[in-house]
Design a protein around this ligand. Structure first.
Ligand SMILES: [Zn+2]
Length: 281
């Protein structure tokens, strides 16, 4: 999970970057699924302590001289000894500093995806990528900055309440509500459910394509069991609808596929009526 893996989509260079990992209780990842069932699909994500280990990984895109990050990782919110928040080190490993990033695309405003947009430690959070436009869907921003999110977990609202205003006040925020290019060859693909304004990201150039599912799918078991939802899915039924639609898209177009919480990258295959996952790279 700590190595960097690059591939080309046309002329766009894509690099999977680790932000670390985190362990979750099986009850949070597989609520309502009998243990003997989820154990069959847990694979290497099941730790010796009986926890489910999810990767945290972002995507770096390079088009010519321009650099875009897709999601920002947990940042400083995991604390200095946390297992996540490693993105700055991963970037540094490529010789890239935070000021080199031109655009950060945000799939949704959960702490593990936006925490890294700011640095903590001073009197107030400050933007971590000072030269970057932060682009997110208007409906996602609206959800977290209104009473609509009042029922969401306190820890989530606390982080969004610190991060989003800091980016907004620094005038780095661009909100989009259509399918415009947000970086050369790159568009948001709305995929609501995990959060109301959650979006995947499509990369296409020269007849080649990739899809970043973000958290429309968070565990490899969900390829074969797309109806399994996690405790963090705000709208479970909508999550499943979005997931099936994206998996069909990825399989039918043979897209290079990655998800924030599934280590590495691969391709989605439709075998009969069942989705499968072929890791690559
Ligand atoms: Zn996540």
């Amino acid at each position: 999970m700590d190595t960097q893996d690059s591939f080309l989509i046309g002329s766009i260079e894509c690099t999977v970057l680790s932000d670390g990992w985190s362990d979750y209780s099986p009850e949070a990842i597989f609520p309502g699924v009998p243990e003997e069932q989820w154990r069959r699909f847990a694979g290497s994500t099941l730790t010796e302590e009986g926890m489910i280990r999810l990767a945290y990984q972002t995507l770096l895109l390079r088009s010519g001289e321009r650099l875009a990050l897709v999601d920002a990782g947990l940042g400083d919110f995991g604390g200095p000894d946390g297992s996540a928040g490693k993105l700055p080190g991963s970037l540094e490993g490529l010789g890239i500093g935070p000021d080199d990033i031109d655009v950060v695309l945000v799939s949704h405003a959960h702490p593990d995806h936006i925490g890294g947009l700011v640095r903590l430690g001073g009197p107030a959070p400050v933007p971590a990528f000072r030269n970057a436009r932060v682009v997110m869907r208007r409906d996602e921003f609206g959800f977290w900055t209104s009473d609509a999110s009042a029922s969401m977990m306190e820890v989530m609202r606390e982080v969004t309440g610190m991060v989003l205003p800091a980016i907004d006040h620094a005038q780095l925020l661009d909100l989009v509500d259509d399918d415009r290019e947000v970086f050369p060859g790159v568009r948001f693909e709305p995929a609501p459910g995990h959060t109301p304004g959650h979006a995947a990201v499509l990369v296409s150039d020269d007849d080649q394509g990739a899809i970043y599912l973000a958290d429309a799918l968070i565990h490899t078991s969900q390829f074969e069991n797309p109806e399994w939802t996690a405790a963090f899915d705000a709208l479970p039924e909508v999550t499943v609808e979005s997931r099936r639609r994206l998996l069909e898209l990825a399989a039918s177009r043979d897209l290079t596929t990655m998800a924030f919480h599934v280590a590495g990258r691969g391709r989605v295959r439709l075998r009969g009526a069942v989705f499968g996952w072929d890791p690559e790279g």
